[in-house]
Design a protein around this ligand. Sequence first.
Ligand code: TMP
Length: 233
Amino acid sequence: MHKPSANQPEARNDTLSLPPDVAAALPGKFLVFDGPDGSGKSTQLKLFLKAAKDAGLTITEVREPGGTEIGEKIRDALLAHLDREEMSLRCEMLLYMASRAQLCEQVIDPALKRGDLVVADRFVSSTYAYQGAAGGIPFSEIDEAAKIAMQGVMPDSTLIFDVDQETAASRLNPLLDRMEAKGAAFHKRVREGYQSLIAGDPKSRRYLGIDARGNESQVFANIIDALRTRFVD
Ligand code: TMP
């Protein structure tokens, strides 16, 4: 069998584990990993899921938009470039909510009732940042749509990964999807939107800001610290 040596990525990532006190606090919790495009959240999500599985947790993992059959079709509609027209902002917001409605009812709510740890790659915080802060839809309108879509399904905490905009841009695949192609000014407002969510929750219960500038191990350690402060201490 192939045995990784100390300087290979597998060996390094094997050291990223979930401490028992943090793991014990997570069954039945709903965590969201969110942040601007290029923030590194998806890499950390993979590391976290592996560590959580290794710790013996039962996990339901979802992504937004998507995560169900109809949700994945809505995702394609949202991210594909349109040839002849612009998607209206409210159409866009409601499509994200429609995907979320199906996901909450079909997957997230039953999983939480079973006592799984639910981990989502993006959730309603993305709508506040992208369609709200960056797009211009008032948060009160998003609240109303979210109430209908989510039927009371709320994350226990949303981890928001933050890096400077240059780093985020450099991490993107050059083949930009419809959302990524909205330009630097839009993405600056997205980032500010996330920062305003964190600032509006000074006790760090709903939103946990994660400094995502370091290497994989450092950022992972930041996640563990944030979860311990939120759920254990
Ligand atoms: P992903 O590439 O991280 O899967 O996210 C898909 C894109 O959709 C990303 O650019 C962020 C955007 N998005 C919104 O604009 N609003 C939302 O509510 C969600 C969930 C994602």
